[in-house]
Design a binder for this molecule. Structure first.
Ligand SMILES: [Zn+2]
Length: 84
């Protein structure tokens, strides 16, 4: 068997055929098949982040675009909201 090189590349763009290193992480879910806590993650390079975001947005999937390396769903500099 020949390895197809499918070992999970840490930070490679998810766009088909693109091998560029990713700068962005798109977290999304399909409400029809994923429950509230599920998140799919796509990685995107600068060139494809718009394409992938629009691809998902066109399907009305909830999504969030984060910089690679940013903590999930919580920008480090954002003040905490609703803390008693
Ligand atoms: Zn790309």
């Amino acid at each position: 068997m020949i390895s197809l090189g499918l070992e999970p590349a840490a930070e490679e763009c998810s766009r088909a055929g693109c091998r560029a290193s990713a700068s962005w992480r798109i977290e999304w879910r399909n409400p029809k098949i994923h429950d509230e806590s599920r998140r799919k993650v796509w990685l995107a390079c600068d060139e494809h982040v718009e394409f992938l975001r629009e691809f998902l947005g066109a399907r009305d999937f909830p999504l969030e675009v984060l910089a690679v390396g940013a903590p999930a769903s919580a920008p480090a500099s954002a003040p905490a909201e609703g803390t008693p």
